[in-house]
Design a protein around this ligand. Structure first.
Ligand SMILES: [Zn+2]
Ligand SMILES: [Zn+2]
Length: 369
C-alpha cells in the first residue's frame, strides 16, 4: 500500500520541521517551478504582486520564494504533483543568509586592486601588496573570501565555536554553500559582478543569497548531482563572525550601483544636437537602469532589460553614439541578478534589433504604423 516518499519530500519535511521555509525547484535547472497561467508575466509585467496573489493563499507554488512554506500538508501536496522537485530554501522567510562560493566559472577581473573585493581598494589597505597582486593565488571564491577575512577579520577571522558553525554543503560544481542565521533583516540578494566597470558584491565569485532569494537545500539531489552536507546542523545554524556579518550587511543593504556619471557629448564631439540626444539617452538610462537593477527574479528582468536596450538601440542608430552604453546596460542586468552571459546576450541582441529600427520606441503604438 504505502509508496516510498520522494527523497526530495523527505528532506523538505525534515527541514520545514526546523523552520526552514521550503519551495520546490526544477530538477534540471534548480529554478522555482513555473507560475500558473494566471500568474505568468505578460509583456514583462506580472499581473499582480505576491502579496495579492490568490494562488499563494490557496496553497500553490506561484511566485517562487514568496510561496515557501513550513506546512507539511502543502509540501506533501506539492511533491505529490512534482515528485522530482528539488527542495529549495527561501532565505529571508527562514531567517537565513546563504554565502554561495563559486569555483572557476568567472575569469579573474583585470584589476585585482578594485575588483577582487568590490567597494574596497586594496591599494589603500594596510596589507602587503604580495597578499593580492599574485593572480595565481586566486583560484576561486574561497581565495577572495579568505582575502576579505584577512583584511577585516582581525586576529581570529574564523572562530571555531559551535555558535559560529554554518550549515555547509559541497555543490556539484565544487563550490561551497554556507548557511548562516541572517545577520540582519531587510537584506537583499547580491550576485557578485566583478566584470563590469562598477564592481559589486561581497567578493569575486562569492554571492550572498538573502531576503526573497533561495538556495538548493543542503543534502538535496539535483540533475547536476548532490548538494552534499559537510558540517553544521539545520536545527542549530551558526551566526556569522562579526566581521563577516558587517561585510554582508554592507553589501546586502547597499542599493545597486548608480549608473556611471557621464562627461556628456560636449567633451566628445561638436554637434549641439548630438549633445541633446546624448543627454536624452543619459536621462533615459539614469531613470531606467536603477529600476531594472532593483528587479528580482520573476519580475521580468530579461524582458525589461531587452525593452530598454531595444529603445536605446533606436536612438544610437539615429545619432551614431556608441561608447560604454552596452556595458552600462549589461551591468544593470547583472546587478539585478542575471548571469553575465544572459545579460550580455540580451543587451547585444536587443541593441542590434533596436538599431535596425532607428528612433522607434516599441511601446508607443502610434510609431508602429
Ligand atoms: Zn498562480
Ligand atoms: Zn500569482
Amino acid at each position: 500500500m504505502s509508496r516510498p516518499q520522494p527523497p526530495g519530500l523527505h528532506l523538505a519535511l525534515s527541514l520545514a520541521e526546523l523552520g526552514w521555509h521550503i519551495l520546490p525547484l526544477t530538477w534540471a535547472k534548480k529554478r522555482p517551478l513555473a507560475n500558473c497561467d494566471r500568474c505568468q508575466r505578460r509583456h514583462g509585467m506580472s499581473p499582480h504582486g505576491p502579496a495579492t496573489c490568490p494562488c499563494i493563499a490557496a496553497g500553490r507554488w506561484c511566485h517562487g520564494a514568496h510561496a515557501a512554506t513550513v506546512d507539511p500538508n502543502r509540501l506533501t501536496a506539492w511533491w505529490a504533483a512534482e515528485p522530482q522537485a528539488v527542495p529549495g530554501v527561501a532565505t529571508g522567510p527562514s531567517g537565513l543568509c546563504l554565502i554561495d562560493i563559486d569555483t572557476g566559472h568567472e575569469p579573474l577581473p583585470e584589476s585585482l586592486a578594485t575588483h577582487l573585493l568590490p567597494g574596497i581598494d586594496l591599494r589603500a589597505e594596510g596589507i602587503p601588496a604580495a597578499a593580492w597582486t599574485n593572480r595565481a593565488h586566486f583560484r576561486d571564491g574561497r581565495d577572495s573570501l579568505s582575502l576579505l577575512a584577512r583584511l577585516r577579520g582581525g586576529s581570529n577571522p574564523w572562530p571555531q565555536g559551535e555558535e559560529h558553525c554554518p550549515v555547509s554543503a559541497a555543490t556539484p560544481s565544487g563550490g561551497r554553500h554556507l548557511w548562516y542565521r541572517t545577520p540582519a533583516s531587510g537584506l537583499h540578494q547580491v550576485i557578485a559582478n566583478t566584470r563590469g566597470r562598477r564592481p559589486y558584491g561581497l567578493a569575486w565569485q562569492v554571492d550572498v543569497k538573502a531576503g526573497w532569494s533561495y538556495g538548493v537545500a543542503p543534502g538535496a539531489m539535483t540533475a547536476a548531482g548532490l548538494y552534499r552536507s559537510l558540517k553544521g546542523h539545520p536545527a542549530n545554524v551558526g551566526t556569522m563572525p562579526r566581521w563577516k556579518a558587517a561585510e554582508v550587511v554592507r553589501v546586502a543593504t547597499q542599493p545597486p550601483p548608480e549608473p556611471a556619471p557621464h562627461p556628456g557629448l560636449a567633451q566628445r564631439g561638436p554637434a549641439a544636437s548630438g549633445g541633446r540626444t546624448r543627454a536624452y539617452i543619459d536621462s533615459i538610462l539614469a531613470d531606467r537602469i536603477p529600476q531594472i537593477a532593483r528587479l528580482r527574479k520573476g519580475e521580468g528582468r530579461p524582458t525589461a532589460l531587452a525593452a530598454l536596450a531595444y529603445r536605446i538601440g533606436g536612438h544610437l542608430a539615429a545619432t551614431g553614439i556608441d561608447d560604454d552604453i552596452p556595458q552600462r546596460l549589461i551591468d544593470a542586468g547583472v546587478t539585478a541578478g542575471l548571469t553575465y552571459r544572459i545579460a550580455e546576450s540580451t543587451v547585444n541582441r536587443s541593441l542590434a534589433n533596436g538599431r535596425n529600427r532607428p528612433m522607434e520606441i516599441p511601446t508607443d503604438r502610434r510609431m508602429r504604423q
